[in-house]
Design a protein around this ligand. Structure first.
Ligand code: NAD
Length: 311
C-alpha cells in the first residue's frame, strides 16, 4: 500500500501512517502541490492520496491516480475535488468533517467582537503619537447583537453555541436542514428566510459550501439590503461573496466592517479592490487552521485512510 500526501499534515498523523503502511510507502512532501509533474508521477501507484485545499484533484491529476481507492481531505470543503469523477472511478472521498469547526467558530466570534468595536486597528496611529480616541469611541458591544448564519451545519452550529455564550441572539438560513432538526431548539436558533436574515442581522457569517446555489450569493444587491453598519464575515469560500461589492459597501459606510478569509483565487493576487476599506480584516484562508485543528484534522484522516485500506 502506498500513500501520498501533497500538503502539510501533522507529523504524528504522518507517523501513524508510516507505522501502518511502512515508512517507505508513505510519501509526505508538503511542497508536492506546487510541483505538478512530480505530483502526477508520485500518485501514479498510490492507494490513498491525501490533500488539503490547494491540490486540485480533477482532470489530468485525477487520471494519473490510476490505483487510488481513497482521497483524504485535510479539511471540509470539497470544491477542490471532482467528487463525482472520483466516485465514478470507485474512489472514496473522505473529508475531516467537524475537525476544524471550532477553529472557524472562534474566528467568527472573535472577529465579530473585534469588528463591532472597530478600534483594534489603531496601532500605527497610537504608536506614531496620534490619539484617535474620539474617532474610536463609538464601538459597539456584542451582547444582544443579532448573528445571522448562512448555513447551519457543523460550523454554523458550533458558531451559534459560542455566539450564544457571549450573549448574541442567533438566527440561521439553511433550507436543507429540516425545521424539526434538534439543533434549532437546542441552540435556541430561529430558522428564517434569507431575506429576513439579511435585514435583521448585525453580523452575517457564511457557512455554506461553494456550489451552484451559493455562487455569488452575496452580490451587490444582497449586500445593499443588509442592515446599516452590519458586519459581514466570509470564512466559507471565495466566490460566495462579491468582494468588490463588499469593498464598495465598506468604503461608503453601508457595511460597518468585514472579515474575509477565502478568495476566488488563492493566494489573493495583488489588487486594488480593497484599497481604502475601513475596518476590514483579510486573512489567508486560516479560519479553520490552528495548531489544535491541524492535529484533529490530520489524525482523523490518518485513521480513516487506515480503516479504509486495512479495514
Ligand atoms: P456542513 O456540510 O456541515 O454544513 C453546510 C451547511 O450548509 C449544511 O447544513 C447545508 O444544508 C447548508 N447549505 C448548503 N447549501 C446551502 C444554501 N444554498 N443555502 C443555505 N444553506 C446551505 O459544512 P461545514 O463543516 O459547516 O463547513 C461549511 C463550509 O465552510 C465548507 O463547505 C467549507 O467551504 C468552509 N470551511 C472553511 C474553512 C476555512 O478555513 N476558511 C474551514 C472549514 C470549512
Amino acid at each position: 500500500m502506498k500513500i501520498v500526501i501533497s500538503e502539510f499534515m501533522d507529523d504524528a498523523a504522518v507517523d501513524h501512517l508510516r507505522v501502518a503502511f511502512g515508512a517507505e510507502n508513505v510519501r509526505y512532501d508538503a511542497k508536492l502541490v506546487d510541483q505538478p509533474a512530480a505530483l502526477a508521477q508520485a500518485v501514479a501507484d498510490c492507494d490513498a492520496f491525501i490533500v488539503r485545499n490547494r491540490t486540485q484533484v480533477r482532470g489530468d491529476l485525477l487520471a494519473a491516480c490510476a490505483k487510488a481507492r481513497v482521497i483524504g481531505r485535510l479539511g471540509v470543503g470539497l470544491d477542490n475535488i471532482d467528487v463525482p469523477a472520483c466516485e465514478a472511478r470507485g474512489m472514496k472521498v473522505i473529508p475531516a468533517t467537524g475537525a476544524n469547526a471550532l477553529a472557524v467558530a472562534e474566528y467568527v466570534v472573535g472577529t465579530a467582537m473585534m469588528l463591532r468595536r472597530a478600534s483594534y486597528q489603531s496601532t500605527s496611529d497610537v504608536a506614531s503619537g496620534k490619539w484617535p480616541r474620539n474617532a474610536l469611541s463609538n464601538g459597539r458591544e456584542t451582547m444582544g447583537a443579532m448573528l445571522g448564519l448562512i448555513g447551519f451545519g457543523s460550523i454554523g452550529q458550533l458558531t451559534a453555541k459560542l455566539a450564544r455564550a457571549v450573549g448574541m441572539s442567533v438566527i440561521a438560513y439553511d433550507p436543507a436542514l429540516p425545521a424539526d432538526h434538534p439543533a434549532w431548539s437546542e441552540l435556541a436558533v430561529a430558522r428564517v428566510s434569507i431575506d429576513d436574515l439579511i435585514t435583521l442581522s448585525d453580523v452575517v457569517s457564511l457557512h455554506v459550501p461553494l456550489v451552484d446555489s451559493t455562487k455569488n450569493m452575496f452580490d451587490a444587491g444582497r449586500i445593499s439590503k443588509m442592515k446599516a453598519g452590519a458586519i459581514l464575515i466570509n470564512t466559507a469560500r471565495g466566490g460566495i461573496v462579491d468582494d468588490a461589492a463588499a469593498a464598495a459597501a465598506l468604503r461608503s459606510g453601508a457595511l460597518g466592517g468585514a472579515a474575509i478569509d477565502v478568495f476566488t483565487n488563492e493566494p489573493l493576487p495583488a489588487s486594488t479592490v480593497f484599497d481604502g476599506c475601513p475596518n476590514l480584516v483579510l486573512t489567508p484562508h486560516i479560519a479553520g487552521v490552528t495548531a489544535e485543528a491541524n492535529v484533529r484534522v490530520s489524525s482523523m484522516i490518518a485513521a480513516a485512510v487506515i480503516a479504509e485500506l486495512k479495514g
